[in-house]
Design a binder for this molecule. Structure first.
Ligand code: SF4
Length: 76
């Protein structure tokens, strides 16, 4: 199984990744919205609503379904 992405991973830190979208840094990322989460992101490799899944930005690691990072993009 793939390892879970750590919030302290340097790439995760640089993108402001958090395992819980509610914990996103709102000062640093004013465009963040609580409705944005990994399992609704275009880069998420799992199915919509999955608890965890791979992300094409973080190769080899899984992100939390309810996580978030500043590269969030709405799934088409
Ligand atoms: Fe989550 Fe999308 Fe960021 Fe990947 S790119 S960590 S799926 S918000």
């Amino acid at each position: 199984a793939q390892a879970k992405l750590d919030e302290k991973d340097p790439q995760a830190v640089s993108l402001g990744y958090v395992a819980d979208t509610a914990k996103a840094d709102k000062k640093k990322y004013p465009n963040h919205a609580a409705t944005q989460q990994c399992n609704g992101c275009a880069l998420f490799q799992g199915k919509a609503g999955d608890a965890a899944g791979a992300c094409s930005l973080f190769g080899g690691k899984t992100v939390s379904g309810k996580g978030w990072c500043s590269a969030w993009a709405k799934k088409a």
